[in-house]
Design a protein around this ligand. Structure first.
Ligand code: UN1
Length: 526
């Protein structure tokens, strides 16, 4: 399963070096991880480690505090230039970026698999999401319209004008090392901002490859490269970006713990913030559900991406009437899973991203055992060679004794392929459980009954940001706004009205009459 995965001699495996070479990254030298119009980086070296084989893919030169400072200055200058470029012209740049990304879709998708560990179709799919949101933003660039509001005063007009906002910082997570940046960059650019990207410290190569492609387009068009800058680094670089008054909007994807700090920090300096934090997503299976659709969807939701999507299915609520049959069928699918190289097209289960992630998985399994949960399947790492070189764990289904959603096992997000299941008797109970956790990202019901659908999507239904019907919790398209409620952070990205967060709104009352009446009929004459 891991053909060509072993390092040859002291060099990089052919599998890895082919992918890096196809994207112009030379793994033998240290790779620059800072771009603000020119490439640089003289800070600490950061390693990119392949989660499948454990090999070091490259060493990346990160930003020093001084370089970060300079990059932020360049980004501000780039904004001052870029805000005056007409929006449809900005859309044309996005069209070219879309073409350039599309031309490297397979290579970039393979790099995502190599560095992050998700399977190839998901890696390529992620690049496709970037392409799609660029298309969307090309259209948006001609439709980011304000409004004319009826004034109560004669000879007056009120305009609501969307102006470019400023500098947008994107702090992205390891699990979507390409797409989440894409969602932000596309809207931010269409809106006339300059964007600076601080990617996850464990997926620097994805960000470098994407930035090379995007900056190539900008430079060819005579646009300052700092319109789409990059600063790699660890916690220090992230904190400095979040604290910087030069950053108008911080779009952060990551844990609730870090999100709370980011949110407070940005609010304390009255900046804008978009938070995409933890998900703890449930699927509810009604007795009339079509199990031929529901079982594979839950399987994909819980096992896909090795359980490392914010939208992964973590809780499964089965109606008593179909519980046994559903579980029997789901177990069969779990038994068919063969772990392997995510780059191999037959593989459905790749590794966890890091050794830390494996630790989180084992802690959760330990806790499940302590509370006497039934482990239906899974619960261990794969230890046979060559899987032992990577971070491979068995997808797990557990049935905790208590279905009480406030118990820790239900109320916390474990970023691993662990699915907890419970049996319910009526929809109200299942909705209650669905809503009782702190997080509110994605949710899904399986039913053919219109009455269930109405309840689920209405005021007494699911309180998540994503409320699906006969569609699993993961795999959202870019067209709708993506994001969650409650401790997921209330942020919205991608489609829908999300672009309205990336502009500053100006309410402009214009008087073109010969009098200057006050609002509300106020009289203030001497
Ligand atoms: C995430 O997990 O951070 O719907 C985002 C999905 C993907 C996005 C997930 N399009 O699962």
């Amino acid at each position: 399963a891991l053909r060509g995965a072993r390092p040859v001699g002291r060099g990089l495996s052919t599998r890895a070096s082919d992918i890096l070479t196809s994207l112009g990254i030379s793994s033998t030298t240290e790779v620059s991880g800072v771009y603000d119009g020119k490439w640089g980086g003289s800070g600490e070296l950061m390693q990119s480690v392949c989660p499948t084989t454990g090999e070091v893919l490259a060493r990346v030169k990160t930003a020093t505090p001084q370089e970060l400072h300079e990059a932020l200055e360049k980004t501000r200058e780039a904004y001052v230039f870029f805000r005056n470029i007409p929006a449809p012209r900005r859309g044309e740049l996005l069209r070219q970026i879309r073409e350039a990304l599309g031309a490297k879709r397979e290579e970039l998708g393979a790099l995502v698999s190599l560095e992050m560990g998700k399977i190839r179709t998901e890696g390529v799919g992620e690049v496709q999401e970037f392409v799609d949101i660029c298309d969307y933003a090309v259209g948006l660039s001609r439709m980011m319209n304000g409004r004319v509001v009826a004034s109560e005063r004669p000879g007056h007009s009120i305009l609501e004008v969307p102006n470019p906002l400023g500098v947008v910082a994107v702090l992205s997570a390891f699990n979507f090392p390409v797409a989440v940046y894409g969602w932000n960059l596309a809207l931010s650019m269409a809106a006339g901002n300059a964007t600076i990207w601080k990617p996850s410290p464990t997926t620097p190569l994805c960000s470098i490859a994407v930035t090379r492609i995007v900056s190539g387009v900008l430079e060819r068009n005579g646009i300052p490269g700092a319109v789409a800058g990059l600063v790699t680094g660890g916690k220090d670089v992230g904190s400095a970006v979040v604290e910087s008054k030069d950053v108008d909007l911080v779009s952060f994807t990551g844990s609730e713990h870090v999100g709370r700090i980011v949110g407070k920090t940005v609010m304390s300096r009255f900046g804008k913030v978009i938070l995409e934090l933890g998900g703890n997503n449930a699927s509810v299976i009604m007795p009339d559900a079509d199990l031929n659709l529901a079982v594979p969807a839950v399987f994909f939701g819980a096992v896909g991406t090795a359980g490392q999507r914010c939208t992964s299915t973590r809780r499964l609520y089965l109606h008593r009437q179909i519980a046994d049959e559903f579980m029997g069928r789901l177990k069969k699918l779990y038994a068919s899973v063969v772990p392997g190289d995510p780059l191999d097209s037959a593989t459905l289960l790749g590794p966890m991203h890091t050794k830390d992630a494996v630790g989180i998985y084992h802690n959760a399994i330990k806790h499940l055992k302590e509370i006497d949960a039934e482990i239906v399947t899974g619960g261990k790492s794969y230890e046979q060679s060559p899987l032992d070189a990577g971070n491979f764990v068995q997808p797990t289904i557990a049935i905790p004794k208590s279905a009480n959603p406030t118990d820790q096992i239900w109320s916390t997000e474990t970023f691993a392929p662990i699915l907890n299941a419970a049996v319910f008797d009526d929809l109200e109970e299942a909705i209650g459980w669905n809503n009782a956790v702190p997080q509110g990202l994605s949710s899904s019901i399986w039913t053919r009954d219109l009455r269930n659908v109405g309840k689920w999507i209405g005021p007494s239904g699911s309180d998540a940001g994503i409320v699906n019907v006969n569609v699993g919790t993961s795999g959202a398209e870019i067209g709708a706004a993506f994001g969650g409620n409650k401790s997921t952070g209330w942020g919205r990205e991608s489609g829908g009205d999300a672009w309205k967060e990336y502009v500053r709104w100006s309410a402009c009352t214009i008087n073109f009459s010969d009098a200057a009446p006050l609002a509300q009929g106020v009289s203030f004459a001497t």
